[in-house]
Design a protein around this ligand. Sequence first.
Ligand code: HEM
Length: 326
Amino acid sequence: MSNPLRLLSPDSQAGGAGESDPIHFDPAADAVDELESVSGVHAGYRRAHARGICCRASFLPSGKAAAFTTAPHLQEREIKAIVRFSGSSTDPGLADLLSPAKGMAVQFLLPEGGRTNLVGVTVPVFFARTPQSFMEMLTTLNRTRAGRMSKSEALKNFARHFGESRQSLLALKRLKPPVSYAANLYYCIHAYLLVDDEGRRRPVKFEWIPDAGVQTLSIHEAAAQPDDYLESELRTRLGEQPASFRLSIVLGEEGDPTDDPTKRWPSDRRRIDAGRLVVLEPVDEPAGLVMDPTVIPDGVALSDDPILRFRRDTYAESFKRRSAEH
Ligand code: HEM
């Protein structure tokens, strides 16, 4: 069967594949091509969440998750970490106020070597259920903006996906500009599985709850801020004292969807307070940093969420391109 993603983006075959050409089959490259079409190529930058700031951090696990998982960062030992806060835009020059959601990506440096990443954003759900619908929505957006798709066709395409993207669009609409990167609640969105020492698996989701509380600005206050106010605010804040977050693990129950990042679980699910992340000081970005959310240690497993699994190759593709540029 032909690649459904490829069929959705025939324009990227510009130049024309002749009959003897090999068939191109690279959904991750297609996805990154589409991300690049949103605001052009910004050499050296991530193809999404382009603008950001890295910090040195330390995670102090509470030990309460240890009954559910053998994962080394969720036992009792303190773990060093790198955090990258970001704006979600593909354009590193876009003002903080204009980039819709914010990101917080944490890389835990595991005691026996190796790493694992937890990547969150300020909305609880994603707008696409599958890589195919992600691509269809993004190509529709890009082609409409470039005048290559009529508005009525675009509306038809978006309407087809409205059911899955509705919650995410509502959450984006409700978002107010944050006072600080340190004053947001970040949702890691996807389900994962925690695996205990007897191999039992339990579906979970992760959230970072700010000790500073969620604090927002009015649009007037935000409009008076410099374009990069979130980075300068964080530098000033950390110059005075560390910022911190609790890692909250939401325990899924029978019937909670693990394969659908557009759906939330019921709000009464039991939670474990798994520990506290202390963000210490801004640092230069470490070489080779890729916050791939599928990099997990023993004691954690990936769920059957197709978007989660798709992210591995797209993050690698974005890294390949940006690290070859200056
Ligand atoms: C089809 C789904 C998705 C695609 C194709 C995608 C694509 C990308 C790409 C290409 C990057 C830049 C990677 C790099 O160069 O290191 C990125 C970064 C990021 N994405 Fe996604 N993403 C997807 C879903 C999500 C979801 C569901 C979340 C929410 C948790 C998310 C949150 C982030 C964050 C926070 C970053 C910045 C990471 C950092 O600071 O290094 N993405 N994404």
